[in-house]
Write a protein that binds this ligand. Structure first.
Ligand SMILES: *Cc1c(COP(=O)(O)O)cnc(C)c1O
Length: 347
């Protein structure tokens, strides 16, 4: 962002994004060096985990614009769809209740003995009458079930909104774009420019917003995306969808997309799965870097990112986004204890 022209472009882009209503959640986080991570001395971490305790990181950014949208629509209830242990369900539940909107959860069936971790926390927030458990055949007719639910409520004068899985919605894009502006602020404050950024991806919206923002600003940073969920095609379709929406919504043009690359976990490949090497990484990152990471997103990102840096001999300034989600660790106490005994308490 050196020339005046680039600065003007950044400022007018920012103005367009912030012309949407934004909630006043924290949206700036610090960066610091990641010590003892690899032989490179120029690896940094962005502490989006510090944006909050209950709601943190990527999710909090998406809700910066999504919650004001739901409030403006005067919904009495909002349906939230997702997995029982989902960070999004847990985040949405907190923020909706705070705003006096009743969350209605649509979750896959789950046994009571599996009420732990995020699902246990969500159960503290939401009465069981407002949780609808669906079996597999219900999921194949989910749209119809939701339509019926909304219609039934409408007849009673109750206005119902919907949050899609992972809050992957266009109304969350302005909030998600705050990450792009915050990284540019970090660069300016620290007098540094990043050559590579590592970010994790579930639905892809956070990573996509970063790619779109950097593309529009012609930033010369390669974005390395670790896709912990979904397929390559889904990500690429989604980027096309959001590219079209972005250009229409902000009335601006992206000529070429920034350089980005998709990776998949080489270890504990399927979404939500974990294994010994992921827990070993969690312990290593604790001991070497003083950072607590969750096994679903961040530990996988650091684990895989380190391999990618070494394999490709990446150079320059590198940034890892710690996207938050630490509360899910609460569901892995037995594993943490097991691997503590295995790796830390051997004498
Ligand atoms: C949801 C989530 C992500 C992924 O965000 P997407 O926009 O769905 O790709 C990353 N990290 C954490 C901790 C999350 O909860």
């Amino acid at each position: 962002m050196k020339s005046q022209l680039q600065l003007n472009k950044l400022n007018s882009f920012k103005e367009k994004v912030y012309s949407f209503s934004f909630a006043n959640y924290p949206s700036t986080s610090r960066i610091h060096k990641l010590q003892n991570f690899s032989s490179l001395n120029s690896i940094y971490v962005k502490r989006d985990d510090e944006l909050g305790f209950g709601a943190s990181g990527s999710k909090l950014r998406k809700y910066l614009s999504l919650i004001p949208f739901l409030i403006q629509n005067k919904y009495h209830e909002v349906i939230v769809i997702g997995g029982a242990y989902s960070n999004n369900i847990l985040t949405a539940s907190q923020l909706l209740i705070e705003n006096n909107i009743q969350p209605i959860l649509f979750l896959p069936e789950i046994k009571n003995e599996n009420r732990r971790g995020n699902f246990l926390l969500t159960s503290l927030l939401i009465d069981k009458n407002n949780i609808h458990f669906l079996n597999q055949s219900d999921f194949s007719s989910l749209n119809l079930i939701i339509e019926n639910y909304c219609q039934h409520k409408k007849e009673k004068g109750i206005n119902v909104g919907i949050i899609q899985e992972g809050a992957n919605m266009k109304e969350a894009l302005p909030g998600a774009l705050s990450l792009c502006f915050d990284i540019i602020k970090n660069e300016r404050d620290n007098n540094i420019e990043f050559n590579h950024i590592f970010v994790d991806s579930g639905t892809g919206l956070m990573a996509i917003s970063l790619i779109l923002g950097f593309s529009y600003l012609n930033k010369n940073t390669k974005i390395h995306v670790l896709q912990v969920a979904g397929h390559k095609d889904e990500f690429n379709n989604s980027i096309q969808f959001y590219l079209d929406y972005f250009q229409k919504q902000f009335q601006i043009q992206i000529n070429t997309l920034s350089d980005y690359e998709l990776y998949f976990p080489s270890s504990a490949k399927s979404f939500g799965s974990t294994n010994a090497s992921i827990f070993k990484s969690i312990i290593d990152i604790c001991r070497n870097n003083g950072i607590i990471t969750d096994p679903i997103y961040s530990a996988k990102l650091f684990h895989e990112g380190k391999k990618i840096i070494e394999k490709n001999d990446l150079q320059g300034n590198i940034l890892f986004i710690h996207s938050g989600g630490g509360l899910s660790l609460f569901g892995f106490q037995n594993e943490l204890f097991k691997y503590y005994n295995k790796y830390c308490d051997s004498n």
